[in-house]
Design a protein around this ligand. Sequence first.
Ligand code: SF4
Length: 436
Amino acid sequence: MVNKNQNLRICSKQNVCYKKMIFKSPQYCIFVQNKSEMNTTEQVEKILADTSLSTELQNIAHKVLNKERITFDEGVYLYEHAELGYLGVLANFIREEKHGDTTYFNRNFHLEPTNLCVYDCKFCSYSRLIKQKEEGWALTMEQMLDIVKKYDDEPVTEVHIVGGVLPQYDVAFYSALFTAIREHRPDLHVKALTPVEYHYIFKKAKIDYATGMKLMKDAGLQSMPGGGAEIFHPEIREQIAKDKCTGEQWLAIHEEWHKLGMRSNATMLYGHIEKFWHRVDHMDKLRELQDRTGGFQTFIPLKFRNQHNQMSNVAESSVIEDLRNYAIARIYMDNFDHIKAYWAMISRETAQLSLNYGVDDIDGTLDDTTKIYSMAGAEEQTPAMSTRELVNLIKQVGRKAIERDTLYNVVTDFENVVFEEEKKPQYYKLPVVNQD
Ligand code: SF4
């Protein structure tokens, strides 16, 4: 068994874990979540002292230690050859250099106007085509504002608006929605829609991206989530997400938004039919745009789930591959401040593990307001966590819980916050049988 105090490197067999145990017996070490007593630089130096590592892996470790960028080929090499223990050490080194133990979350809710969609992405478990209308929903402006008003007395800081694409939700509709939300509750940050919706509504309105994004900003839009990116390379995109905006168009819309001085996130849907180099190509295009604009805040790898969609014959990635992917993303995306894991998509336990593999943000409380993950077969079927639960989830694995707003300003540092005792469960006395 694992020694929980010394974890990540020492097991009961007293072997060096990053090499002997994680590599050979992941089941022993992958669930050990507390931190090592060795500092992160010493851990990387230990890797560098390992003469059995390939020259390529040695060179990459050197680069990470010296804060140098790795190349496209090195990114592919990591996917093809690097084992989880090695990647975890490098990714955690970068994570702790940038953020120490700080782990971010926010208090948010989702507003999903519709799950009807004019597109037919093969991986999508969420949308219902217009011909399957009876299985879908399409909210009116009033219904959406009623959802927002439900949170009037809640300390949420963000509404995340995302859903399907329908003709009636056009430039005028979304402008009016953003304005109405901001007027009703000016302190609620409006993070809304992706280039998939923007490309569609701007095309319909016959306006270019720059004009369209300016209109959205003026209407009250404050930031853009990272969705709709999938895999940029046309070889894959045309098979899984034909017809909606291309990779270039996705990037161009974010670029226009950044030019307005605004921030956004980026995602990558991985673990389906793409090859490793497609993932690196995707991250490379984001890294290149980030070099030019600096407008991205967070990179969010999204695990492909195979329930209730047209790709249910494609196997899902393993937890080990998920953690490798987070780690490589942290190493490759050197100009992104944050790597986020959606706890609702990968499970609470994997989200905890991911904090040792480069992740520093596990998203928000959600309050069971999104169907996107559950309809795709995620472990969390009614995703909601109280602030207390989220904070405890982070503290349990030795990290520091910080509630942030959408732009990563600190709202509350939970380091020394003690929650009121939860009501203890009541037990009833049972009659004693045969007491004579
Ligand atoms: S992924 Fe988005 S654009 Fe594609 S079908 Fe689903 S809701 Fe529509």
